[in-house]
Design a protein. Structure first.
Length: 218
């Protein structure tokens, strides 16, 4: 588990608030336009994208600011490939243009408490009253499969409701929740940041970060 994070500053003004799938699609389109046969035509499984933070207008848009960045995690031996490919790329995200500039490489930081803005699972249970229980059990099962020890819970939004989230994928809305995991050892914290929980990691889901970053998270 030798991975690094690349962070790109952005030039741009606005993005759709729900842009995880559109961001993935824009990066994939850029890959498919490259003639270099050594480059993949889709994002590999071991490359994880984070959605971009901004100031919400509460009408489905965010305004980019100095804290806004595109973040990705990949194996250390792939860093130069993605650093060079994405630097100065212009991505069209549902009609909103952003340029990726000033990349920097960072080491993951261990923390006993991690948070993810959105985690999703394919839940068979459709009784909405029972969804949080099944969802938390799926999170716990995910931790168990990774051999991690930690306490998982769904936090509340500022209005006191459970932090329920949705992800738009084409014409489908996927239900998920924000997740916090406490009581992690340093090693377990890094493992969770690499593997995440749930699916759809190319769309920004299951991306965990230290809780102190919460003010800057998407």
């Amino acid at each position: 588990m030798d991975f690094l994070e690349i962070q790109f500053a952005l030039r741009g003004k606005t993005l759709p608030a729900d842009h995880g799938y559109a961001l993935y699609s824009a990066v994939k389109k850029s890959l498919q336009a490259v003639e270099d046969a050594s480059m993949p035509k889709d994002l590999p499984d071991d490359l994880h994208l984070c959605t971009i933070s901004g100031i919400p207008d509460h009408a489905g848009m965010i305004y980019l600011n100095q804290s806004s960045s595109l973040r990705l995690r990949c194996p250390a031996d792939q860093v130069q490939t993605w650093y060079r490919f994405l630097q100065n790329q212009v991505l069209d995200i549902r009609g909103h243009l952003i340029r990726l500039i000033q990349p920097r490489i960072t080491l993951p930081e261990a923390s006993d408490t991690l948070k993810s803005r959105l985690v999703t699972f394919k839940l068979k249970e459709i009784d909405h009253a029972e969804v949080p229980r099944y969802f938390l059990q799926s999170c716990q099962n995910g931790l168990d499969r990774l051999g991690l020890k930690g306490q998982v819970f769904i936090p509340s939004d500022p209005d006191g409701d459970l932090a329920r989230r949705t992800l738009q994928i084409k014409d489908k809305k996927v239900l998920g929740f924000s997740v916090v995991v406490e009581g992690l050892s340093n090693e377990d914290s890094l493992i969770l940041q690499w593997h995440g929980l749930g699916g759809r990691k190319h769309f920004g889901c299951g991306w965990f970060y230290p809780l102190k970053e919460d003010a800057y998270a998407a």
